[in-house]
Write a protein that binds this ligand. Structure first.
Ligand SMILES: [Zn+2]
Length: 558
């Protein structure tokens, strides 16, 4: 007997962002239920499509999309899900999904509701259920919204309450926390009157053993957070579902004092590029950042045996104990100190390598316009104008010889025409020079595109120019290429350190280092991130501006 061909099904499971109280609603539970169902009916499971964590009311469901696409390829004959409300975000949506699959001859089955669209009863019930599902969904949203609105209505705001306040259960309102109130006032006075920085305030609070809101140590960030928090002015506004709720708290600071703090903070903000000393050997100063901890990477020199050794180091990794106390951090960073020359070479070589590659030279080289800027046509027109003027000049002389005009008129007219003629002649010379330049450029470009030797010649010129750059010029080139961005230096940890750690590249130390951006130092492998995003167009423009190298980048980046 020939075995009966098994029906192939697709399972669809989904959880929404709102945790639902319904039993058996987690993804594994839904999956198990579908598997049991398939076994009981002798169905073959083609695939179980899972949409997790995305609320059906908010966004498209990628797995559902995939299932729809697979349905078009007839990969299954039936779609099974546990509850109807797993299957659509509203009655309309559910019905649209139904129709989609029905038109492909695929039936739908909801296990818990015992609903099968293959039957007449199923088709009837599905409309009612789809409507019901939407009502249920609305109720969930409503309940949540009611809860939030009720809190706002009562003037409660949200937990955790700001530092400095405590919730009085009996009176049902926020009150000052006596100790924390004093601390807040101390922070404000330290900042405004004693002119301390946020990190110094944190350090001094920690030294006096004052605890922060969760009993933790103070940090620069937590101080700034508190200084920026407008709640202390005694009022905060929430916009919720189109309604504005003003929550009142007992104020801890007068509005104009709070504003003064904000102004001072804005003033203290460090400019993006601090000024750089002239001929500073550290061309990457202010241009690199630690990819491990996010702190700046700064130049660091050591004098030994009369020689100066230059390094780049992570500010956090090389913080001395006193600074660490002030910054109030126990964190550290393992980014090794990197020999300045090595890091600079990695970055510069990347740029130089690109700019001196014949292929990129061609990409950056602008073809001169075919019409040579219209110079040719203009020259012809000016020559004919010149002819007209000469004729006019002759005519004036004729008029004088015939006694029609006097000597004075002759001189005035002759001079005026002479001026015009001279002006035209000058213009013609200028245009001819321009045309010659165009021709030379065209010739150069044609040679460049045809001759590899010429490309190499230009590459050599660029290479020499970069090598002859002063440190200031190198920094200029880098800044142009970086366009305000910063490069990041990252560690690629040793394999023995990184095993079991997620989201980190691993590479064995003894593997050969093929990528020039990756170097080994102090037992760590480091690499520069962001060199691939350098703007070579801008770098080329800088070269042209500084060294006059005729490389007009125009089409490198699409
Ligand atoms: Zn670091």
């Amino acid at each position: 007997m020939e075995p009966k061909k098994r029906i192939s099904i697709a399972g669809y499971i989904r959880v929404s962002r709102l945790k639902q109280a319904k039993m058996g609603s987690s993804l594994p539970e839904q999956r198990r239920e579908i598997e049991t169902y398939a076994r009981a009916h002798g169905y073959k499971i083609h695939q179980i499509y899972a949409d997790g964590g995305v609320s059906g009311a908010l966004s498209d469901r990628p797995a559902l999309m995939r299932m729809k696409a697979d349905a078009r390829n007839a990969l299954f004959q039936k779609v099974v899900f546990t509850y109807l409300d797993r299957f659509g975000r509203s009655a309309t949506d559910t019905l649209a999904n139904y129709t989609y699959f029905e038109e492909l001859g695929i039936t739908l089955h909801s296990i818990r509701e015992g609903l099968d669209t293959g039957t007449y009863l199923g088709r009837f019930i599905r409309t009612i259920l789809a409507g019901a599902a939407e009502m249920e969904r609305e109720r969930i949203g409503e309940r949540l919204a009611c809860g939030i609105a009720a809190r706002l209505q009562k003037g409660l705001g949200f937990k955790p309450y700001p530092f400095g306040y405590i919730w009085n259960e009996e009176k049902g309102k926020l009150e000052y926390h006596p100790d924390q109130k004093n601390t807040y006032e101390r922070i404000v006075d330290d900042y405004l009157i004693r002119n301390k920085s946020a990190s110094r305030i944190a350090a001094s609070l920690n030294l006096s053993g004052v605890k922060s809101v969760k009993g933790k140590k103070w940090t620069c960030t937590s101080i700034i957070y508190i200084l920026k928090n407008p709640t202390y002015k005694g009022r905060i506004s929430h916009n919720f579902l189109g309604k504005k709720y003003d929550l009142e708290f007992p104020a801890l600071i007068e509005a104009d004092r709070w504003d003064k703090i904000q102004r001072r903070m804005a003033e203290r903000r460090i400019p993006r590029f601090a000024s750089v000393p002239e001929n500073d050997p550290y061309i990457l100063r202010n241009l690199v950042q630690c990819g491990e901890c996010g702190y700046a990477i700064f130049p660091y020199s050591i004098k030994s045996k009369g020689k100066i050794r230059r390094y780049y180091v992570c500010r956090l990794g090389h913080m001395n104990p006193a600074l660490r106390l002030i910054a109030n951090t126990n964190k550290t960073c393992f980014l090794p100190s990197i020999k300045a020359k090595e890091l600079e070479d990695v970055v510069l070589n990347g740029i130089q390598e690109f700019l001196t590659r014949p292929a990129s030279v061609l990409q950056l080289h602008e073809p001169p316009s075919a019409a040579m800027g219209g110079t040719h046509g203009k020259i012809g027109k000016y020559y004919s104008d010149l002819g007209h003027l000469e004729t006019k000049r002759d005519a004036i002389w004729d008029l004088f010889n015939e006694g029609v005009i006097g000597k004075e008129e002759l001189i005035r007219g002759d001079n005026a025409i002479k001026d015009l003629i001279n002006e035209l002649k000058r213009e013609i010379i200028r245009l001819k020079e321009e045309r010659a330049l165009f021709k030379a450029r065209k010739k150069e470009f044609d040679e460049m595109t045809e001759s590899e030797a010429a490309q190499k010649e230009l590459c050599k010129k660029i290479k020499e120019a970069i090598e002859g750059f002063s440190t200031n010029e190198l920094r200029g080139l880098l800044r142009a290429a970086l366009g305000g961005a910063r490069l990041k230096v990252r560690i690629i940890r040793r394999r023995d350190l990184s095993e079991g750690e997620e989201g980190r590249s691993t590479e064995a130390m003894d593997e050969p280092v093929a990528d020039p951006n990756r170097r080994v130092r102090n037992g760590y492998l480091w690499m520069v991130e962001g060199t691939d995003a350098l703007d070579m167009k801008a770098a080329g423009q800088y070269l042209r501006a500084v060294k006059g190298i005729a490389m007009l980048p125009n089409q490198y980046i699409s």
